[in-house]
Design a protein. Structure first.
Length: 395
């Protein structure tokens, strides 16, 4: 499979056990840019609350770091189990884990230790790759089992990881006397995909956790976590901000916007004026996005969003750094721009390098960095925290 054919979307949703502020399940994901690999780990700490979270964080961190270094799954699992304490009465480790490692060619390797069986959907049907059971001996002298598999991912494949808060939701009820078992969850997902075949990873994870919460009559009896890994065609977005260094490149900027195959955003009044002039398209201010501190959005034919520049980008950078998830509640320009950035996969940032004297005004707040540094920071945040593919060019 060629890398250009698909994008790997990774999303998670979590709900804490009723009465707990901190979730005892931990999800970590990291993209290894140099190898075009994405590694995702879900760990469930024994019990709930702070103690479970600490143990799950330790487990997920070790699983992630060992997998990055290509350690065999047996070595990774044995090291984790030898590090974690063991419950004396039940003779079980204090955390479980599932590791998914997918590379640029779609080759996917999965290791599951004591989490519920993973669910793989190929198209709109369940897919069951051959599972290999590996045994390891840990320090108390016990023998533990790992479930491992590898397969070649295809377009529209989905891998769903769940904690037992999902699979045991509704336990003891008339509808689910033995809980919402993995097979039933898989069948429910396939029915959902019949009506919504293009549902995103973030929406599907939210729907699954929401259903599990409903099974518990909206009083979660355990931490509820779901991770969805979705192999699909990439969604593309072009963000242009700032005028080109040479005015003679204004037409090239406008043609780049006009010919781009994907969503388009113009951030900056001068940038929008250049594109408007070169393409002969009017700009209209929208009053539906009024905000006390962020200028409103504007409308232009053929462009998905037009915003003010530095103030809006500064707010987007701050929100990315804080950590946000869709859907966003805000109606302002920064929230609109951030929604587009997070809804797309391959992001192309084109930053003009002409100095805008308005941004050099010493009366402006110090935190308003110049435009080129802002876009560099946004690029870094989108890559590191949100696993986006981002290309930055200057004009």
């Amino acid at each position: 499979m060629k890398r250009a054919e698909f994008y790997i979307e990774v999303a998670s949703r979590q709900l804490s056990k009723k009465g707990e502020v901190i979730c005892g399940d931990v999800f970590l994901s990291k993209k290894i840019q140099e190898e075009n690999r994405i590694i995702s780990v879900l760990s469930d700490g024994l019990g709930s609350g702070v103690r479970a979270n600490v143990l799950a964080t330790l487990t997920a961190s070790m699983g992630l770091n060992f997998t990055i270094e290509h350690y065999p799954p047996e070595h990774t699992a044995k090291t984790i189990l030898d590090t974690l304490p063991v419950d004396r009465s039940r003779k079980i480790s204090y955390a479980t884990f599932t590791i998914v490692d997918s590379d640029a060619d779609g080759e996917t390797r999965i290791v599951n230790f004591d989490n519920p069986p993973l669910i793989i959907v190929r198209g709109k049907a369940l897919y069951n790759p051959e599972m290999l059971i590996k045994t390891i001996s840990n320090k108390p002298g016990g023998v533990r089992e790992l479930s491992c598999c590898s397969f070649q991912a295809r377009l529209e494949d989905r891998i769903i990881l769940i904690s037992d808060g999902v699979s045991q939701s509704g336990l003891g009820t008339a509808t689910y006397p033995f809980g919402w078992e993995s097979v039933e969850i898989g069948e429910w997902i396939c029915q959902l995909l019949e009506s919504e075949p293009g549902i995103s990873a973030v929406d599907l994870a939210g729907r699954i956790t929401g259903r599990a919460h409903a099974n518990d009559i909206y009083s979660a009896k355990d931490d509820i976590s779901c991770v969805v890994i979705y192999f699909r065609h990439p969604r593309k977005l072009l963000l242009c901000t700032g005028p080109p260094f040479h005015p003679e490149d204004d037409h090239r900027l406008a043609m780049t916007v006009d010919s781009f195959n994907g969503q388009k955003v113009l951030s900056g009044g001068t940038t929008a004026e250049i594109v408007s002039r070169e393409l002969g398209r009017e700009i209209e201010v929208s009053l539906e996005s009024l905000s006390a501190d962020i200028p409103p959005v504007s409308l232009m034919k053929g462009v998905d969003l037009v915003t003010e520049g530095v103030l809006t980008l500064g707010r987007v950078s701050a929100m990315l750094e804080e950590g946000v998830q869709l859907p966003l509640q805000g109606k302002d320009a920064a929230s609109a721009l951030l929604t587009l950035l997070l809804n797309n996969d391959q992001l192309f940032l084109l930053a003009g390098t002409r100095i805008n004297e308005a941004h050099q005004d010493p009366s402006l707040p110090v935190e308003l960095e110049i435009r080129r540094n802002l876009v560099k920071k946004i690029k870094s945040l989108l890559e590191d925290k949100y696993l986006k593919e981002v290309k930055l060019d200057f004009i």
